[in-house]
Design a protein around this ligand. Structure first.
Ligand code: SAM
Length: 232
């Protein structure tokens, strides 16, 4: 597999794709992850360690599951979910019911916040899709308060050869499941974008280059999922 292949699509193509698959996004997600996506989100939010009264931002919130996970641990936190895809946000808003959350249309590369606003930022399965990732990291650092924490949950290509073999047996099924659930070619892009996403060490380096400290990588699901964290 060539690391030179570039599956990155523009911010506008991203928005269109996620708006198109929004309706079945949650169901497809649970099916493709064999129901494990909930536990991965839970682990990411445990690491974020939100507290009542704190302010949190979920970047690429989609249908809002990480926002709800923050509120489960810290019901008194003020949480904002941001995403360019309005159809995804509409579903998030419907799921929110009485939860006091705000969902805002916006882009990771140009966050609509003052400097030093948030105690914590989380981003789940979004970072891989961002057109200019380094720019987004600099924005995340800017809006975090000093001492604030960043947690990025992402699908990664397993580094171990044996695991990679098993992974490659499973992944051809993903576009088929996705297509059956109305996702068209989006799930073909998903697999290609995971294979092309930088290796965990390179992601750690990107987060450090943006200016974060204490940057760590924690592999889950034998390296098919990664949690990256850092502090301002
Ligand atoms: C795979 S979904 C993940 C949704 C949710 N975080 C989750 O855990 O299920 C990726 C989301 O990132 C959003 N996204 C893509 N590019 C983005 C960007 N530049 N800034 C903010 N969000 C973006 C998409 O619109 C989409 O809703």
């Amino acid at each position: 597999m060539s690391r030179d292949r570039d599956t990155l699509i523009s911010a506008e193509q991203n928005r269109e794709m996620f708006d198109r698959i929004a309706k079945n996004y949650d169901a497809a997600n649970h099916a493709i992850s064999l129901g494990m996506d909930r536990s991965w989100r839970r682990k990411a939010i445990c690491l974020l360690n939100p507290f009542d009264g704190g302010r949190y931002l979920d970047i690429g919130t989609g249908t809002g599951d990480l926002v709800f996970e923050i509120l489960r641990l810290a019901p008194g936190a003020a949480v904002t979910g941001i995403d360019p895809a309005e159809q995804m946000l509409e579903l998030a808003q419907n799921k929110a019911g009485e939860f006091p959350v705000s969902f805002v249309v916006g882009d990771a590369m140009n966050l609509p916040n003052e400097n030093n606003t948030y105690d914590g930022i989380v981003s789940g399965f979004c970072f891989r899709n961002i057109e200019h990732r380094q720019k987004a990291l600099v924005e995340m650092l800017r809006v975090l308060k000093p001492g604030g924490k960043l947690v990025i949950l992402e699908s990664t290509y397993p580094q171990n050869g044996l695991v990679r073999f098993g992974y490659r047996l499973f992944t051809p099924l993903v576009p088929i499941i996705g297509k059956m659930m109305g996702g068209g070619s989006a799930y073909k892009y998903l697999i290609a974008s995971i294979e092309d996403f930088p290796a965990p060490d390179a992601v750690v380096e990107m987060v450090e280059t943006a200016g974060f400290e204490d940057v760590r990588h924690r592999p889950l699901a034998f390296g098919a999922i990664s949690i990256f964290s850092g502090r301002k």
